[in-house]
Design a protein around this ligand. Sequence first.
Ligand code: GAL
Length: 675
Amino acid sequence: MSKKPLFPQLNGMLYGGDYNPDQWLDRPDILAQDIEYLKKAKINCVSLGIFSWSSYEPRENEYHFEWLQQVMDNLYANGIYTILATPSGAKPAWLDKNYPDCLRVDNMGVRYHHGDRHNYCMSSQNFRNKLKNINTLLAEKFSHHPGLLMWHISNEMGGECFCPECQKKFIEYLCNKFDNDIDKLNKAWWTTFWSHKFSCFEEIEPPFANGSIDIMGLNLEWKRFTTWNMIDCMKSEIEVVKSFNPDIPVTANLMNMYNGLDYRELAKEIDVVSWDSYPRFHNDWESFEDTMREFSYSHAVFRGLKKDKPFMLMECSPSSTNWQAYNKLKRPGVLRLQALQAVGCGSDTVQYFQIRKSRGSFEQFHGAVIDHAGIDNRIFREVSEIGDILSKISSVAGTTVKAEAALLFDWDNRWAIQDMQGLCNADKKYEKTLVDFWREFNRLGAEMDVIGTSDSFDGYKIIIAPMLYILRRDVAEKLTQFVKNGGQLLATYLTGYVDENLLCHLGGFPGENLSDLFGLYSEEIDTLFPSDRNGIQFRGCDNTIEVFDYCEILKIKDAEIIGRYTDDFYKDTAAITVKCFGEGSAYYVAARTKAADLAPIFEQMLKNVGIVPNKMPPHVLYHERSGDGERYGFYYNLGENQIDIKNVKGIDLASGKEIDGELVLDKYAVAVVKF
Ligand code: GAL
């Protein structure tokens, strides 16, 4: 694969963050000083204008772009590029006052007051008109500025709106989806249940909290609609900026495991994926190492949205945040780990929220590159050190991470599981299960992508499909083909229960003929109380692994039984099975266990397809990027003590030293080795 740097102008990595000079226009001394600070930290790009609508247009139709022109010019003259945002992340007060339909309506039908941010009604024509106007003026003036690197559409789009206009659009969306045939919809949503049959589309309402929340198909379709509507609004923004200069790429900053939008759909409409990462380091419920590995998983999720190119770490805090329950400081060295972890996982950028702390309001105590007191502090020193390292690893830009194993994750599967009435209603832990599986492969030394069921499975040798509750026919066929051609597939309890409209598959789970692929069907599923335990004993050995939360009781057709339950009325029945199918194998794990307890199965799967894992010593995280025949190993010491890693040969890019066999990493140290 050849290297595809996101920003060839930069000759390497992008280093920057959100900057709000419009908060400081009466302090030109500070703005001039900031540029010197940025250069000192080797920052080569800032994101501007994210919340600047009221600075551009303080009163309706009164415009001020001169400050932006000056700031962008000054930055560019000093070698600092700009990512320019469209300002829809927050609305000016006059807009909501003059056009109240721009305000959202909540799920009880109550319209919001003006304030806060990320809260426009996506359907309001007044909003779209005013947005188009301000975006047109911005793009007209700045889309050919030599310092402009990229457009940043809005900010962290999310939420939903239940206003009459959105309801109207929802109905149109449904008419379109169900071919204007209300019977088709009634059938798909099983509305005869509780007398919910609709006689026409106009009777359908969104799932108001005090309305209809008991039609699973409707709930899911509302989520899909909200994604569609948000994307539609986003596309209207993209259209404007692209019309002035189609060569400037666009991104939208996404949020970690955000539940409200199907990011796979959204990613199709942007050029580059970027995301905002705020781990809760040093917490009191998991190890530092687990948090770090979980965030490698998150990077893999975002990487998987556009696999052929690097992504961007758009935001992270240089220090603490201010909005979490406990805003703990990052310990020395942790920012370096976090920044270079993103790069190791495939990001071509490290960006912060925020460059300079705002003096007042909500985020005045949020971590920043430049503190109220200036730059003579630990944070700025750490930020500068990272700037220095990024300049030394510039040749990594444009390389990508290659994985031969993939984890399947779909947003609509997630929504459907959350909404499913049954099992443990409080939390079915789908998201946690995904992370646990991914982390275990990571510990074993196998890189893993996170992809959707609609993505191509080509190039993968292993697919892990936890809790694949929604099973479409095309996906079942793809999985069957995958195994037939030599792939290793592992599925779990809750596989293949419903179709894309959430109607149960008839004839046994998993549906769509997957019961033939696995050689079994699930007869019942048991939900355990939190203190209940069962066990699984592996065939031919004495050790038993612990089982909690869910146990499916299986009827075996022609699968081989690898493990059996140790307790309860289903003692000795099958809990883990495998079936050889075509050239490959299909594993089924019928109960929830710790992912680490399944390591022997994962290792067997890796062996079956000849993947030799690159297993690291304990507490070492490893990622690799490659392209144009170059390979870069990223080694991270997540532990408290110095660690020696054997068999490493190459150049440590930060120090320039040759490593000939042994790489020594101090606590929280990172090495980027060019092999
Ligand atoms: C992000 C947001 C930023 C800032 C940051 C604080 O979610 O995009 O504008 O508020 O959080 O951590």
